[in-house]
Write a protein that binds this ligand. Structure first.
Ligand SMILES: [Cu+2]
Length: 210
């Protein structure tokens, strides 16, 4: 009986070591999925630097911070012992009127930039959005995922005006999950914001890669 118990312990220790570093308890005693000392499993990204510092043109606000970052696909154990893949997670903190679009791995900044809709002669207004999904007609979209449309009815689009009365109604979190390694271009689909440099790169790696 005693011998049986010892071998059961040995087997479970072996199972743990086979499962790899993702399932080791970290310093806090958690079965950690986060490699805080290395590439994180999740990251918080500033998408627009707030609607409380409005200024002419607002160019300084039209940025994604950081502009390049790396996140990691991890593994976790379910209660029944099954090991599952946990996507790398990017949480965009969106401030004001912005629209997160993430392109598929392989889509370049140049491709999207050269497909910004052309502005008509004044006094006509330029298009509000970039809305590039690939050469027309689009059969398979080059967009990996889109965030919340900032003009969601009934009042979202006009609730976040930067001139008084200010409102935080448009401030939100858009969370994206990446299950496949690659390099993903993120833009703000608002045309003028993208022109101001509102884009970033997400590099997604799998456990063990760097
Ligand atoms: Cu924007």
């Amino acid at each position: 009986m005693k011998g049986l118990r010892a071998s059961a312990v040995a087997v479970s220790a072996l199972a743990l070591s086979l499962a790899g570093p993702a399932l080791r308890a970290d310093d806090h005693g958690n079965k950690g999925h986060d490699h805080n000392d290395k590439t994180p499993a999740r990251i918080t990204v500033t998408f627009g630097t707030g609607n409380n510092n409005a200024q002419a043109g607002n160019t300084p606000n039209h940025h994604i911070l950081p502009q390049e970052f790396k996140v990691r696909i991890t593994r976790a154990r379910k209660l029944d012992g099954t090991v599952v893949v946990v996507p790398a997670s990017v949480n965009f903190i969106v401030s004001g009127f912005h629209w997160v679009w993430v392109y598929k791995d392989g889509v370049s900044l140049e491709e999207v930039a050269t497909n910004i809709p052309v502005a008509p002669p004044p006094p006509a207004q330029p298009p509000l959005f970039v809305n590039y999904e690939g050469p027309l007609p689009v059969v398979v979209s080059k967009v990996f995922a889109k965030g919340i449309f900032p003009g969601t009815p009934p009042t979202f689009a006009d609730a976040g005006q930067a001139v008084p009365p200010q409102s935080g109604a448009q401030n939100r979190t858009d969370s994206f999950a990446f299950s496949t390694p690659g390099e993903y271009l993120v833009i703000c689909n608002v045309r003028g914001h993208f022109i101001d440099g509102m884009y970033a790169w997400v590099k997604v790696v799998d456990e063990g890669d760097d």
